[in-house]
Design a protein around this ligand. Structure first.
Ligand code: GLC
Length: 447
């Protein structure tokens, strides 16, 4: 953002103009990012140094004939879900049991994601929760959607490379996750559950899509974290294999001064650079850093320098960003109430509120454009001439709920693909982590 000179405060309109140019992702940039992404995919596949990990998932295409009831564990962040999923063939399923539980509960005084907790505490708690939905007379095969970078040596063997999404529990990194879960199940006295598959949430989304759609070959998550996988036509054994790219770590992305700030203050500076621009975990914080800078420069809320609501890291949640964009009231009265209740600012002007909405829109549009550029890189890799039809399943709160996010992805894809995006179907996932885990478990049962 432009800086004021020493005497006059920065005009809000000037500040916003300079921000517009800093956050714009032009058509040319989309092409460059897509090309860089494709190059990193190729480098990663050849095991050359690359920011894309390109991790084989040891899972191929489902046939659509997978049937039966499977237990699905969805561990993707601070909220965990256990489900019983009944697969009925050709993309049809029913979720017959479903329970969510948090890994952090301030009222009950626990945080299993902090460095004070160790892996066995975390998995003992998960096992205890699983137990509550079991029927003692049944036997269950379990598919585990574990949404962190993990190195697989088989469909049921994966060790956590490193935590992402700011989780810091000790004694999990480097360990075999199925082992940790299995041991915890035994400690909890659970004898009728057998973990048979572990997979990333992107792979779960893609499997859930491919279960009923032969054209589905890309799965992506746009939620707290961001990542994409695809079916590599020439997998390690010559057959199509799901590859978890860990694309949140893609690093050839434009970083603004605010992104550097966020990165420097994060748990792992320099890592997950794309995710820090597009993940729901971070979008609110980018908006806060920009707004706090504008307050500091005197461009808005001139009487509120040092406002604690603005200064506290991560005090602006991505949900607020979403509500600010969605505020269509003439006086931006929802933002006004938010400024009053969250920032303690009761005399905000319309211009200041419009600026907050504008900043939120910029951050979200940039995020969606970057994500779309990576999808173009993947399409160019698997089908250079865009000759076939591709279904791309996307899950996650940003894609499902953030105003403007999904539309922007569609617009960028239409603009950069042959036939204006006719060959690409973007599909909003439903229950994907659970259904994908059940499909993976069923593929193992069939082996
Ligand atoms: C983070 C994780 C990745 C996951 C994504 C979406 O980027 O590293 O494994 O797929 O979040 O949940």
């Amino acid at each position: 953002m432009a800086k004021k000179n020493n005497t006059t405060p920065l005009q809000l309109s000037d500040a916003l103009l300079s921000l517009d140019s800093e956050f714009q992702i032009t058509r040319g940039m989309v092409q460059e990012i897509a090309a860089a992404f494709q190059m990193q995919m190729q480098a990663g596949l050849l095991k050359r140094p690359a920011s894309l990990k390109m991790l084989p998932a040891f899972i191929g295409r489902p046939s659509g004939n997978e049937r039966g009831s499977y237990l699905a564990l969805d561990f993707g962040g601070t909220n965990i879900r256990v489900m019983l999923v009944n697969l009925q063939g050709n993309g049809c399923y029913q979720v017959t049991k479903n329970k969510s539980f948090p890994l952090i509960c301030s009222q009950e005084g626990y945080d299993l994601t902090s460095p004070d907790a160790v892996g066995t505490d975390m998995f003992d708690y998960i096992a205890k929760q699983i137990k509550t939905i079991l029927d003692q007379n049944e036997r269950y095969l379990l598919g585990h959607t574990f949404s962190f970078p993990s190195c697989h040596t088989g469909i049921n063997a994966a060790s956590l490379i490193c935590w992402t999404k700011e989780i810091r529990t000790r004694e999990v990194e480097g360990k075999d996750i199925t082992h940790l879960l299995d041991e915890a199940l035994q400690r909890a006295g659970i004898k009728n559950v057998k973990p048979v598959a572990i997979l990333n949430d992107t792979v779960a989304a893609m499997l859930a899509g491919a279960y009923g759609d032969r054209n589905c070959d890309i799965g992506s998550i746009c939620g707290t974290g961001h990542n994409t996988c695809y079916f590599e036509p020439n997998g390690p054994d010559g057959l199509p294999m799901a590859i978890n790219m860990e694309s949140g770590n893609f690093d050839d992305v434009p970083f603004s001064v605010y992104d550097w700030l966020l990165d420097n203050n994060s748990h792992r500076p320099g890592e997950q650079r794309l995710e820090k621009l597009v993940g729901g975990c971070y979008l609110g914080e980018i908006v806060r850093l920009i707004a706090a800078d504008m307050v500091e420069e005197g461009a808005m809320f001139p009487d509120d320098k040092g406002n604690p609501g603005m200064l506290l890291p991560y005090s602006i949640k991505t949900e607020y960003v979403s509500s600010m964009i969605a505020d269509e009231t003439p006086g931006l009265s929802n933002i006004k109430i938010w400024c009053r209740d969250h920032l303690g600012i009761s005399n905000s002007t319309w211009e200041e509120r419009a600026a907050l909405k504008h900043i939120s829109g910029l951050v979200v549009t940039r995020a969606a454009s970057l994500v779309a550029a990576t999808y173009i890189g993947i399409l160019n890799h698997i089908d250079a001439g865009h000759n076939r039809t591709h279904s791309l399943v996307i899950d996650g709160s940003l894609y499902q709920k953030l105003p403007g996010f999904a539309d922007r992805i569609t617009a960028v894809l239409n603009d950069h693909t042959v036939n204006n995006g006719q060959g690409i179907r973007l599909i909003k996932a439903q229950d994907a982590s659970g259904v994908g885990a059940a499909v993976a478990a069923s593929l193992c049962a069939a082996r």
